[in-house]
Design a protein around this ligand. Sequence first.
Ligand SMILES: O=C(O)c1ccccc1N[C@@H]1O[C@H](COP(=O)(O)O)[C@@H](O)[C@H]1O
Length: 203
Amino acid sequence: MKICGITRLEDALSAIEQGADAIGLVFYAASPRHVSIAQAKSIVENLPPFITTVGLFVNATEAEIVKTIEAVGLNLIQFHGDETPEQCKQFALPYIKAIRVKSDTNLVQYEADFEDAKALLLDTYTEGLVGGTGQVFDWSLIPKTLQKPIILAGGLNSHNVRQAVEQVHPYAVDVSGGVEASKGIKDAAKIAAFIRGVNDAVI
Ligand SMILES: O=C(O)c1ccccc1N[C@@H]1O[C@H](COP(=O)(O)O)[C@@H](O)[C@H]1O
């Protein structure tokens, strides 16, 4: 499970203590959860071992991504914009590709196009917005035949995550807004309830 939009070391440590496998750092200037390279570096340097650090980018330049991954010590890139497969695979790190799902999204085609991706992260399509909207999409739009690991995202919280896991059987879940006290600030009690929801799922 990944807790995304971390801006403070204390939130990262609290999420990890409660069982998070990965933390997400948002390098997208328009996001209220945006972190600077220096902020991200100081969080990553103080994490315990065996935690995956994921850098989230939205249509960033190659130079921006290279500079960030070299400076921060990330493990994985999350592309959350309109990046092409060629753009995604040109970096030294493995990547996951976010797909914003709506009724006519062809996930089978995306899976073929992004064959190098370690996983597809499925988020909700919302007109004019790129992600992190807190909106849920219709999980029945996910074909059961997908072969790649699926990371389910989009409006998850402690109230719906159990049903999400039981219905979709994702490889992992990702949450940002659903475990916040305010934009960019996590709520330890909400993280705990979210993780209980995941662990309670019967699959
Ligand atoms: O978190 C953001 O601000 C953000 C900005 C731009 C693109 C993606 C963003 N977050 C990612 O969106 C999904 C769903 O988030 P939520 O749980 O609905 O708030 C998740 O992968 C976040 O990492």
